[in-house]
Design a protein around this ligand. Structure first.
Ligand SMILES: *[C@@H]1O[C@H](CO)[C@@H](O)[C@H](O)[C@H]1NC(C)=O
Ligand SMILES: *[C@@H]1O[C@H](CO)[C@@H](O)[C@H](O)[C@H]1NC(C)=O
Ligand SMILES: *[C@@H]1O[C@H](CO)[C@@H](O)[C@H](O)[C@H]1NC(C)=O
Ligand SMILES: *[C@@H]1O[C@H](CO)[C@@H](O)[C@H](O)[C@H]1NC(C)=O
Ligand SMILES: *[C@@H]1O[C@H](CO)[C@@H](O)[C@H](O)[C@H]1NC(C)=O
Ligand SMILES: *[C@@H]1O[C@H](CO)[C@@H](O)[C@H](O)[C@H]1NC(C)=O
Ligand SMILES: *[C@@H]1O[C@H](CO)[C@@H](O)[C@H](O)[C@H]1NC(C)=O
Length: 763
């Protein structure tokens, strides 16, 4: 009895690793060595030394051994083993084998069988002992040892696990009692445990001994169950039979040993049971309220905030502390590996929604980031409705985000709300003209301005005398240009002013709107280009220059919004795919493409223009005013001219300037002979000889052709770019761009361009 308890404690101690040193001790006892084999077994006519008997099996050592020991004691007696004549010289306690074979009847085994029969390995070990000692091939009933002689790894139907997983179970579980067998957890675990190979504990050399003071056989050691009974080997260590454990240890769901205030213990317990015995060992709803870092709990180290965290109110940022708790991180087998400080997703999501955070959380990129973050975090939570219904639109650039400036032309209902409002608050105003109507109005204004400019030039050509290139006194083109441009700007300002004075549009900034109007496409340049269709000498350069100048000024003003747009598009990655998946993204693409086209065209045109004027100045500047000097250096000039022409040819061939030169040469060939190089205003006399004159004429024609070619290419391109910009803008802003009284605005533009044209023609 006493040994029984020591053995159990010993095993238990070893199993739970409390005295780890015991394991190496027993391991160092070589089971195959020892005295038993060295000293040949003495068999005295069927009587043997008790110490020569096979050691006690593990499952017997773990139970009350009194029945077992008394059965052995009954077969043991003190015999004389050495005689000298009739005198016995040596007495010895010996055990009679034949007695044992009847002593260990099935009735004796029956008491031990339920416990030993739990684990197939323990049963096989018991069977080996019984068969060795009694020669019987069954234990309690015939046939109850079937298959025990041919064990394989498959005999452990549910597999096995290392006993060390017990450390992953909470104490409330390991100290609980099985609902089924009313046995302690650790006892069940011991009954199902085995070692990698059979090992001796205690006195391996003397497993049995007759204790004279107790008058009984005593066991001095026992043999553990070895996995190698299955004729396979596994790594050194202690294991347990899962099938044995799970069928013996059961939990009463109504009396969960770990259902305490510490929820985490319940989680660890349920995870342990699931990983060890599978979900069938647990109630159906066992996964409810499971605190694992798989999904429901986010480890604090993995937690991240969206970009706009700085704008989040305190009650949101403090939620991570308020919702923090310990949660299990699972290992590969599904046990609770470590407890991690984590944020309860459910707790956090219940207290946050899209509206909990304003400021930068609702503006463009940070809003997209915030919406995506919120959706990743809480989107899959049941009964969570923290995102507005149109959240998918909020997760992409909204039309308002894609407008590069922060003001809109639309009636504000409440004048104290800023024009930047959430997408959801956009209300379709019935009064807002359709996009087609808006663009149609702009087209109409285009046509009207073209007609005005064209007609005024027709009349102007007739009245204005033939001029020559860049005559120093002819500065009227400059003032005329300025005046026409100012008129145009005035029209734009007036229209912006009109808009602002409309009820509901008080927030519209006049200057900003005026600048925006400046970027509108105008068709006046077409009239300017038509000038070029006349013979070169018939061209009214003053008109051409002033129209060109007006165009330059207005394009200069329109550069404000074009550059803003291109820059905004660059900052927000619109040119590199940032507009995919955005609502009205196509319109935005058109708008941004238009702005980029405008910028590229104006840059190229500007460079070309500078080059052309520089070369032109080099020729005419050194020529027109100092003809005598030029006459002297005729040779040099013609050299320079040739050089310049060669260069121009080289540089501008792509712009098609040759075509213009040819065109004008053809046109003027007829009038060439009769043409006099003189200004009709008479204050410019030509002293030049014919060769010089024709040379000069050719070079300036050439240079003008360059300028003209640059204009021919760039003006339509700029016009197209501006149409793209406006077309895209109107489509993109839609209800955000509702200029009131569109007809009046158009009328103002037309009136001012007519006025400008008439004025330009009469000046
Ligand atoms: C019992 O085991 C011993 C060694 O442990 C062996 O010598 C003996 O032959 C076995 N007897 C039977 C009947 O298996
Ligand atoms: C017999 O058992 C008693 C009590 O367990 C113990 O004190 C004694 O040492 C044992 N005798 C021998 C010879 O082992
Ligand atoms: C299991 O291993 C032990 C110790 O190594 C050895 O004595 C025993 O014979 C082995 N049993 C089987 C079935 O291989
Ligand atoms: C429960 O155990 C099964 C396998 O036994 C495993 O597939 C499942 O993932 C486990 N459940 C949890 C929540 O760990
Ligand atoms: C499972 O459901 C039972 C009642 O149906 C309840 O008492 C128990 O608390 C639930 N367990 C969990 C983990 O939710
Ligand atoms: C979260 O919201 C719930 C109600 O939805 C409330 O009971 C709870 O106190 C809130 N938690 C925190 C930390 O604000
Ligand atoms: C704003 O609109 C509502 C209806 O949409 C209207 O009742 C209210 O009078 C408007 N307020 C102003 C200042 O126009």
């Amino acid at each position: 009895m006493k040994i029984s308890s020591t053995c159990l404690v010993l095993l238990t101690a070893r199993v739970y690793g409390v005295t780890a040193t015991v394991v190496p001790n027993t391991a160092s006892v070589n089971p195959s060595g020892g005295g038993r084999i060295l000293t040949p077994q003495n068999n005295y006519n069927g009587w043997v030394n008790p110490e020569d008997l096979a050691p006690m099996p593990q499952c017997i050592a773990q139970q009350d051994q009194s029945t077992w020991l008394s059965a052995m004691t009954k077969c043991t007696g003190k015999l004389c083993t050495s005689h000298f004549g009739f005198i016995c010289t040596h007495h010895q306690w010996l055990t009679q084998l034949s007695c044992l074979s009847t002593g260990f009847s099935s009735d004796v085994i029956k008491g031990y069988f339920p416990y030993c029969g739990r684990s197939v390995l323990a049963k096989a070990q018991l069977y080996q002992w019984i068969r060795n000692v009694t020669g019987r091939t069954w234990l309690v009933d015939v046939g109850d040892t079937n298959g025990l002689e041919n064990l394989s790894p498959a005999s452990l139907t549910e597999g096995y696990a290392a006993v060390s997983v017990i450390h992953k179970a909470p104490t409330c579980l390991t100290s609980s009692i099985s609902a089924l067998s009313m046995e302690r957890f650790q006892h069940v675990m011991a009954s199902c445990s085995f070692t990698s190979t059979t090992q001796h504990t205690g006195n391996a050399a003397r497993p049995w001994e007759y204790n004279e003071s107790l008058l009984s056989m005593t066991a001095l050691g026992f043999e553990t169950v070895g996995y190698n009974l299955t004729r396979r080997s596994i790594g050194y260590g202690e294991y347990f039979d899962k099938g044995c454990f799970c069928s013996t240890f059961t939990m009463d769901p109504k009396q969960d040993p770990c259902s305490g205030p510490e929820q985490i213990d319940s989680t660890r317990e349920r995870l342990w049971m699931n990983a060890t015995c599978g979900p069938k060992s647990l109630p159906k709803n066992w996964t409810d309220k499971l605190k694992t870092t798989e999904f429901a709990y986010i480890p604090t180290e993995d937690w991240h905030w969206p970009m706009c965290v700085t704008d989040m109110p305190k009650q949101v940022t403090e939620l991570t502390d308020q919702c923090a708790t310990d949660a299990c991180e699972l290992d590969s087998s599904g046990y609770c590996k470590v407890l991690k400080r984590s944020v309860d997703r459910d707790c956090f999501c219940r207290n946050i929604s899209y509206d909990s955070c304003g400021g930068s959380c609702q503006i463009f990129e940070t809003r997209i980031d915030f919406v995506k973050w919120l959706h990743d975090l809480c989107g899959s939570m049941r009964d969570w409705h923290g995102l507005p219904d149109n959240w998918r639109q909020l997760a992409a650039p909204t039309p308002l985000d894609m407008i590069p400036w922060r003001w809109t032309i639309k009636p504000s209902n409440e004048s104290n709300t800023p024009p930047i409002i959430r997408l959801g608050s956009i209300k379709a105003t019935e009064k807002c003209p359709s996009n087609r109507w808006k663009l149609g109005t702009f087209a109409l204004v285009n046509m009207a301005t073209f007609l005005a400019a064209f007609l005024s030039q027709r009349t102007g050509i007739r009245r204005i005398v033939r001029g020559f290139l860049w005559q120093p006194h002819q500065w009227c083109w400059f003032s005329r240009g300025i005046l026409i441009a100012v008129l145009q700007l005035l029209a734009n300002w007036f229209n912006a002013f009109l808009v602002q004075k409309t009820l509901g549009y008080e927030d519209v900034p006049v200057i900003q709107l005026m600048l925006l109007w400046c970027s509108m496409p105008r068709l006046a340049w077409l009239a300017t280009l038509l000038i070029g269709l006349q013979p070169f000498e018939a061209i009214d350069f003053s008109t051409a220059a002033s129209s060109f100048f007006v165009e330059m000024i207005l394009q200069g003003f329109s550069s404000y919004y074009m550059i803003i747009t291109v820059n905004y598009g660059r900052e927000h990655n619109f040119y590199l795919g940032g507009l995919e998946s955005a609502e009205r993204g196509r319109s935005a693409k058109i708008m941004y493409a238009g702005a980029l086209l405008w910028l590229i065209t104006i840059s190229v045109a500007f460079v070309r223009f500078l080059q052309a004027t520089r070369k032109m100045n080099r020729v005419t500047g050194s020529g027109s005013f100092d003809l005598l000097k030029r006459q002297r250096s005729k040779q040099t000039i013609s050299n320079i001219a040739e050089k310049v022409m060669a260069q121009l040819n080289e540089h501008f061939s792509w712009l098609g300037e040759k075509n213009w030169v040819h065109y004008w040469e053809d046109k003027s060939r007829d009038s060439e002979e009769t043409f006099l190089i003189s200004s009709e205003r008479g204050n410019y006399t030509v002293y030049g000889t014919l060769p010089v004159q024709s040379q000069n004429s050719r070079v300036s024609r050439k240079a003008f052709a360059n300028l003209y070619a640059v204009t021919t290419i760039s003006m339509p391109l700029l016009w197209v770019a501006q149409w793209l910009f406006w077309g895209g803008f109107v489509g993109l802003s839609s209800e955000e761009f509702c200029p009131p009284k569109l007809g009046v605005l158009a009328a103002v533009w037309i009136a001012f361009s007519l006025g400008g044209a008439t004025f330009g023609a009469t000046l």
